[in-house]
Design a protein around this ligand. Structure first.
Ligand SMILES: CC(=O)Nc1cnc2ccccc2c1
Length: 448
């Protein structure tokens, strides 16, 4: 470990922090299971991604909101067997309250809308980027946290809200260099399933549970789906009807089956028409198998996928017109999506689209003679006041400083030393051109 004044035990090389063996026990330097640290390089990539999320949110004139990561457990207790509610990162706090690290954002957002009640005028267009948690047995070695960009429109019942959300997703992909040949967006409506259940007179209260089971199609075997549906109380002919209609990939076929007055059909046809006007029709296709795994969706649902089929869904969302009444409020029409920080980075890596984000510093000020520390600090202070990033270096050999300047891609190296200072000057080296010259101190902040 570093000792006083940066002198290091001779056994270690200059820049590596090591712990010398001692009777002290070393704390586990890894973060808790399933969680990540973000060292500078990873943090630059995360900030780059999140800044794109923010910029798209701005383009759609969404307002940023935020919520505690810690929430009451009651907000997420739902029947229907969703994976997300079976993996709650829940515990009892010191006040005996049942709390969770939130597994998703939407319930918190609904809570705030209800709390704000009459003081907010609808529609609301809110976004947030927040960490979400799950607690699953580490058998699968999966992460227990990730960050999600959430966009929600509260108070619009027409599908133009969903069309706006899909525009946001298309804009985001465009900004990252992803095209509609890399990624598609599958779109359907839960009203398809609703129609089939009604056709087979399956009771309404089974709707959410059936959706959660059917969402597993393609992830678990077909007879698991059939068994779970039967166990839930769905007749075998209804099961067949569900599986048959969910394999439809053409809207005109769906119209033949459900009729042109069916709400699923009219919603989807309107949405595809709006997509033509936005100019993103080539990104989307109807796919009745899209159900999404959250119990509270009631209408249009969608998810973005990589056309090579190598990755899990990139993002997903849908309409949830009944969520507010489950919290005891009047119903408010709403729709939204969640966009995780993991799969998108895997996709960008696959496509060779990860940006090369270098560290960048404007000026390095290097103090050659200790007694000039005062003037050097004056220079540092005035440069920073003009908005230049400055790295002040002391107690290093010049050779190290040149290497460091390269490492941080500095624009200028400013050397403060006696030989120049006695003439009121400092030495400046432009690293890109290797130009070297002397200037008066206040010329440093003059616009170059
Ligand atoms: C790929 C990935 O990290 N998924 C992930 C990781 N953590 C979560 C935590 C809560 C809910 C969903 C989550 C999803």
């Amino acid at each position: 470990t570093a000792t006083k004044d940066n002198a290091r035990p001779p056994s270690t090389d200059n820049d590596t922090l090591v712990s010398v063996a001692s009777e002290r026990s070393l704390v586990d330097v890894n973060p808790p299971r399933g969680t990540r640290d973000f060292p500078p390089e990873d943090m630059r990539l995360r900030n780059w991604l999140f800044n794109n999320f923010r910029e798209v949110s701005r383009l759609l004139s969404f307002e940023e909101v935020d919520f505690p990561v810690l929430e009451s457990e009651a907000l997420f207790i739902r029947k229907g067997g969703e994976e997300i509610t079976q993996q709650l990162y829940n515990f009892e706090d010191k006040g005996g309250r049942r709390v969770v690290l939130r597994p998703e954002i939407t319930p918190s957002l609904a809570r705030l809308v209800i709390k704000q009640g009459k003081s907010v005028s609808l529609p609301l267009k809110w976004f947030t980027i927040g960490q979400c948690w799950r607690y699953e047995r580490m058998t699968r070695g999966r992460r227990r946290e990730h960050y999600q960009w959430n966009m929600d429109i509260i108070g619009l019942s027409k599908v133009r809200a969903e069309a706006e959300l899909i525009h946001a997703i298309v804009l985001l992909f465009g900004r990252l260099g992803i095209t509609s040949s890399d990624v598609g967006i599958r779109i359907s409506s839960r009203k398809v399933l609703q129609a089939v259940l009604q056709l087979h007179s399956i009771p309404e209260h089974l709707f959410a549970e059936v959706c959660v089971i059917v969402d597993k199609m393609g992830k678990v075997s077909r007879d698991v789906i059939e068994n779970e549906l039967m166990t839930a109380g769905v007749s075998i002919e209804a099961v067949k009807g569900i599986i048959e209609v969910l394999s439809l990939k053409s809207l005109s076929k769906l119209e033949e089956v459900l009729g042109s007055e069916d709400e699923a059909v009219t919603d989807l046809k309107s949405l595809f028409l709006l997509a033509e006007h936005y100019g993103y029709i080539q990104w989307i296709n109807f796919d009745a198998s899209v159900v999404r795994g959250l119990a509270y969706y009631t209408g249009i649902v969608f998810e973005a996928f990589d056309r090579e089929g190598k990755l899990r869904a990139i993002c997903g969302g849908g309409r949830y017109d009944r969520l507010f009444s489950t919290f005891g409020s009047d119903d408010i029409p709403a729709c939204g999506f969640g966009f995780g920080d993991a799969v998108i980075l895997e996709l960008l890596k696959e496509k060779g689209l990860l940006p090369d984000l270098i560290r960048q510093v404007d000026d390095i000020v290097f103090l050659l003679d200790e007694e000039l520390e005062g003037p050097a600090l004056k220079i540092v202070s005035s440069l920073r006041q003009t908005g230049r990033s400055v790295d002040l270096i002391q107690d290093k050999r010049l050779k190290w400083v040149f290497k460091h300047a390269e490492r941080v891609n500095a624009e200028r190296l400013i050397l403060v030393g006696n030989s120049e200072w006695q003439r009121g000057m400092v030495r400046v080296k432009i690293l890109a051109t290797r130009d070297e010259f002397e200037v008066k101190m206040d010329e440093l902040t003059a616009p170059s």
